[in-house]
Every structure is written in C-alpha cells, then in structure tokens.
Write a protein that binds this ligand. Structure first.
Ligand code: ZN
Length: 179
C-alpha cells in the first residue's frame, strides 16, 4: 500500500483494531511520516464505479479520501472527521450490495455529508464535482447555504461560514453574523 501523500511503498502499523467485518489499521509512512488508514476485509465482490463516460473503475477508498481531504484543506475540522466521513460513505456503498455504482451517486453522498460538516469544504467539493462553470452558479449555491443557515436558529455542529478573524462585508440582507 503506497503512501497516499508521497507514494512511498512502505509504512508501519501504529494501531490496529477490529471493526464490523474487518480490521482497521492506522499506518504511518516511513518516508514522510503522514498517517493514513487501511482496511483489511473480506470483500464480497469488487465494487466498480461507473464514470460519466461509462468507463468502469474499481472503487478506491484512497481516491475518495484524497478528494475529500483536498476540499477540507485548512478547515478547522476535528481530527478523524474526514476519515469517519470516508468510512461512512464506503460502508454505505457496500451496504447497497451492488457491484457497480454510478460516480454521481458517490458524489451526491459526499456532497450531502460535507454539507452537514463544513460549508466551505462543501462549496469546494461542489465546485469541482458539479463543475461550476460560471460565478452565477456558484453564487446560487452559496445563497442557498446562507439562507439555510439563517433558518437554523441554533446551529450546533456547523462551522461558521466565514472566519471570525477576518470579517468580510456581506450584503446587508446577510449581515447576520455570530460573534
Ligand atoms: Zn509518505
């Protein structure tokens, strides 16, 4: 298993535990010291992703992790939140019991999860995945988020859309910031 960050082929196991139907291993790259998680499990059948151009590609947890991690870069997320998100999505995918799953289904799952985790990560992922081609489409999505945030009186888990240390001037109708 190559390191997902630097590609180095060797890692050491720093933690190992049984989960559901397999073994989860925390690993540390021997080259760059990055940590990542691997699973060992009996796979009922390979899971393939149907790409937009109809090509089939074997499902890769690493690929999913890299994409989500990119979207969450520099966001103040609790440790393990991204791993858990990927675990949940993978479990859900296998739970579907299908041998082929359209990439759009996976993308939608990620969008849904990120939306409840962090708006900035959500917008970043959406801009790649939904391929926002113009600023209007992006603005529409942000407006939807701002409106839904305004509807929630007591947001519990959601991080503020804007960083506190750098207040941005928002349009008057949206100038409702938590202090
Ligand atoms: Zn590495």
């Amino acid at each position: 298993m190559n390191c997902p960050y630097c590609g180095y082929p060797d890692s050491k196991v720093i933690d190992s535990r049984d989960v559901n139907d397999g073994i989860r291993r925390r690993r540390q790259c021997l080259s760059c010291d990055s940590r990542f998680t691997t699973y060992e499990r009996l796979q009922p059948a390979s899971l393939f992703v149907i790409k937009k151009d109809e090509r089939r590609e074997e499902f890769s947890q690493d690929k999913l992790l890299v994409g989500i991690r990119k979207a969450c870069e520099k966001r103040p997320l609790p440790t393990g939140a991204i791993d858990k998100l990927v675990d949940d999505i993978e479990a859900e995918l296998y739970h579907l019991g299908k041998s082929e799953i359209p990439s759009t289904i996976i993308g939608d799952m990620v969008m849904k999860e990120l939306k409840s985790l962090d708006y900035i990560a959500y917008i970043r992922f959406a801009s790649v995945y939904r391929d926002f081609t113009d600023i209007t489409a992006l603005k529409r999505e942000v407006d939807t988020l701002l409106n839904s945030e305004a509807e929630i009186s007591q947001p519990t888990e959601q991080l503020p859309l804007l960083p506190d240390e750098k207040p941005l001037r928002l349009a008057k109708s949206h100038r409702r910031r938590r202090r």
